[in-house]
Ligand binder design. Structure first.
Ligand code: APR
Length: 267
């Protein structure tokens, strides 16, 4: 039995499957990962753009670097569409075996692929959070990206004070808001829900993460400690080798269709 048939067999035997995803599942959608060669942290210093303090400091000292960083993000997010990795998880959800997707990604591509139960532990770029009352408001992705792209492409007109107006004001207290994403050093979102999902699953699919950013990176271990089986899909390494039952050394957009094919053969 090859690893795809073994994975399909585990899926058939499971009652509650949870997926845990990272930047790698969106790589085939054109969004660079963080730690691969040429990735975001190769191009930009996470101390300068990955923390709120660093971002503010850098915006004041090197405003054009921030403009370029944000413009690059906006441009890749504008073009990104869900890929076969995202749709593969949606198919498992439609079959009734996958219950929850826990993602570290802020790109909302799981929801765009149709996944209904997505826990975003690092937030969502297309949601604003009020800096005063904390109220969240969903943004229209297309409108937000078009507006941001136009604003950030205007090198001459770019100023840091104007940057704060990129996000809509709070609809209730009219205070400034920020993207509802989690920067380094900030508390992750919905962690209790994510831990509950991880600890109650009997199979966890781990797709496209290097497993180095905690507390999220602990979730596959927490699932394993509750006797769940773990399947990892990643083309560059078996980062959860100590707990994974099956390792598929392929991009998610290739690995998921092969698993679904094997599943069809077994059903
Ligand atoms: N399919 C699956 N995995 C892939 C693919 C692909 N097509 N392409 C690359 N990968 C792998 C990479 O080789 C790497 O091992 O996905 C992993 C992505 O790891 P990181 O870049 O470290 O991203 P991630 O694990 O999601 O980072 C966690 O760190 O920077 C912070 O907040 C940010 O949520 C992020 C967190």
């Amino acid at each position: 039995m090859d690893e795809f048939a073994k994975a399909a067999q585990l899926i058939i035997e499971s009652k509650n499957i949870v997926a845990f995803t990272g930047a790698g599942i969106s790589a085939e959608s054109g969004i660079p990962t963080f730690r691969d060669p040429g990735g975001l942290w190769d191009q930009f210093d996470p101390d300068e753009v990955g923390t709120t303090g660093g971002l503010i400091q850098t915006a004041l000292s090197k405003p054009d670097l921030i403009r370029k960083f944000l413009l690059q993000l906006v441009e890749v997010f504008s073009k990104a569409q869900p890929n076969l990795g995202h749709f593969g998880l949606k198919s498992l959800e439609d079959m009734g075996c996958l219950k929850t997707v826990i993602t570290q990604n802020i790109d909302a591509l799981h929801q765009e692929a149709g996944s209904a139960n997505v826990i975003e532990v690092h937030g969502n770029l297309f949601r604003a959070r009020c800096l005063n009352c904390g109220r969240r408001q969903q943004l229209n992705k297309r409108e937000f990206l078009d507006h941001a792209c136009k604003f950030l492409s205007d090198e001459a007109g770019f100023t840091v004070p104007k940057l704060t107006e990129l996000m809509p004001r709070c609809p209730v207290c009219h205070h400034l808001s920020r993207p509802d994403v989690v920067m380094f050093g900030e508390a992750v979102l919905d962690l209790p829900e994510a831990v509950t999902a991880a600890e109650s699953c009997d199979l966890m699919l781990v797709l496209g993460t290097s497993g180095v950013v905690y507390p999220a990176a602990a979730l596959p271990y927490q699932a394993y400690e509750q006797d769940a089986q773990v399947i990892e899909i990643n083309p560059t390494g078996n980062y959860y080798d100590s707990v994974s039952e099956i390792y598929i050394e392929l991009p998610a957009g290739e690995g998921m269709p092969k698993i679904l094919d094997a599943l069809k053969n077994l059903l």
